[in-house]
Design a protein around this ligand. Sequence first.
Ligand SMILES: [Zn+2]
Length: 248
Amino acid sequence: MPHFEVIILGTGDAFSEERTPTALLLVYGGFSLAVDCPDSYRKVLRETATKADRALSLEGVDHLLLTHVHGDHMNGIESVAFYKHLVERKRLTLVASSEVRSVIWEQRLRASMGTLWDGEVLREKRFEDYFDFRPLSWSDSTTVGPFRIRARPTRHHVPTSALLVEAGGRVLGYSSDAAFDAELLDFLAPADLILHETNLGPAHSPLSALEALPEGIRERMVLVHYPDGLAESGTSIRLAHQGDVLRP
Ligand SMILES: [Zn+2]
């Protein structure tokens, strides 16, 4: 029986000087699902492979779930999709909410990906030339390979999906970016492992609120998306680090 593994690619935020923005690679039985996509993605995979002592490469990542359109969570998608299109000659399977789909091409990617020079003429390119889109449902579970995913909107600046991901009978909960929300914690509570964000500002979860949660939840919680300067000595909750391989 394979194990559900969560490889931590980054733990930072948009302003981190020290760390890659928060991103995950979910692995089960040889299938990989990327969750969010920071810039310089191939470099991030290489760095993580070294730290985790795993063979990781972009050729092994054909499925990407985007939780929301903030740059620290999606700036790498242009290069990843170009690599799939130009080098591997395939499409990237993109899993995201209909809210993300409604803006990601027209308002984010079309300016840089909407035309390609073929050596003779500029060819117009469409979203469908690069991506095989799978909608992430808010009401039903969404199946991607071996993963069964439930999504819930968080309180954030833009539409954002928190996730419950099940594979092999084990469940990962991921807050993505979220203001502190007791109902979101209720959604995440059934998970065997909860990756929760913490950061500054009204659209993020203060560390003090997470530290005040019951021990039964805190002991299954690992922090991601934390600001530079937070170290193990600064919190009673475990911190994730790039290269960690966690098993829900
Ligand atoms: Zn965000």
